[in-house]
Design a protein around this ligand. Structure first.
Ligand code: URA
Length: 239
């Protein structure tokens, strides 16, 4: 549920005006006006529907939704809470966290691109099997990957009695004792990539998601780091 009232600094940060510390400095410098008056209290409560907030002379529209790109590290679970392990939501320092949740799941030992948001509709669209959003992964696999596996992945693999995978693209980056590959899938069954390799008699020993639809992991983010999506990135995934 989206709250009706939020702190002034959060209001400005959520609207994309700057980071929490940047907007606090704008507030301290007297650049922020609430209903026409300078407001120097960062904790002042703003009613998101009725209060007018300006920075310098510009009216700021509140954005009730937040979108983060996380480079998920291994060892944390893709959930909002967990009794035993740290979750991806715990990694985001956003007081109140705006009820964010991960869009889909990566296994505990998988790294890479994970989107966190409180925008349920966008999450639904990205995950809908009907939309066939392509997800690209980098994997290290025990054994030599050959054209034989490329063909099997292209044809589809039977993972369950009544489930055959959609054609997946497999690109060999290096074929050796530990092969390196890039794989694109258009669905997201539990442990899908690990099970696809298992189905061809091979084992995935490292997995990292590189992209989801048109959203690509920012390679400046170290595992565990995150940042807000840019306006451009948001437009791409809304398409
Ligand atoms: N496939 C897997 O096996 N694991 C993941 O985390 C994602 C895709």
């Amino acid at each position: 549920m989206i709250k009706e009232s939020v702190r002034l600094d959060k209001f400005l940060a959520d609207a994309g005006v700057g980071t929490r510390s940047e907007v606090k400095s704008y507030i301290n410098k007297g650049r922020v006006f609430v209903d026409g008056e300078v407001k120097k209290d960062s904790s002042f409560k703003i009613n998101i529907n009725h209060t007018e907030v300006k920075v310098d002379n510009k009216v700021i529209e509140y954005n009730q939704y937040v979108y983060y790109m996380l480079n998920k590290p291994a060892g944390v679970v893709s959930a909002t809470n967990d009794n035993f392990s740290k979750t991806v939501v715990d990694l985001v320092e956003d007081s109140g966290k705006s009820n964010i949740f991960p869009v889909g799941r990566l296994d505990k030992d998988t790294e890479g691109l994970l989107l966190l948001t409180n925008d349920g509709e966008l999450a639904h669209n990205l995950l809908s099997p009907k939309k066939h959003v392509g997800k690209v992964y980098y994997a290290k696999v025990k054994g030599v990957v050959t054209a034989h596996q490329i063909k099997s992945f292209e044809e589809g693999l039977q993972l369950e009695e009544d489930f055959i995978t959609l054609p997946a693209k497999l690109k060999i980056l290096e074929a050796s004792d530990i092969s390196q590959v890039e794989i694109t899938i258009y669905e997201g069954k539990f442990h899908q990539i690990k099970r696809m390799f298992e189905a061809v008699g091979m084992e995935v020993i490292y997995l990292k998601r590189l992209s989801m639809g048109e959203l690509t992991l920012d390679n400046r983010l170290a595992p565990g780091e995150y940042r807000r999506l840019t306006e451009q990135e948001l437009n791409k995934i809304r398409r």
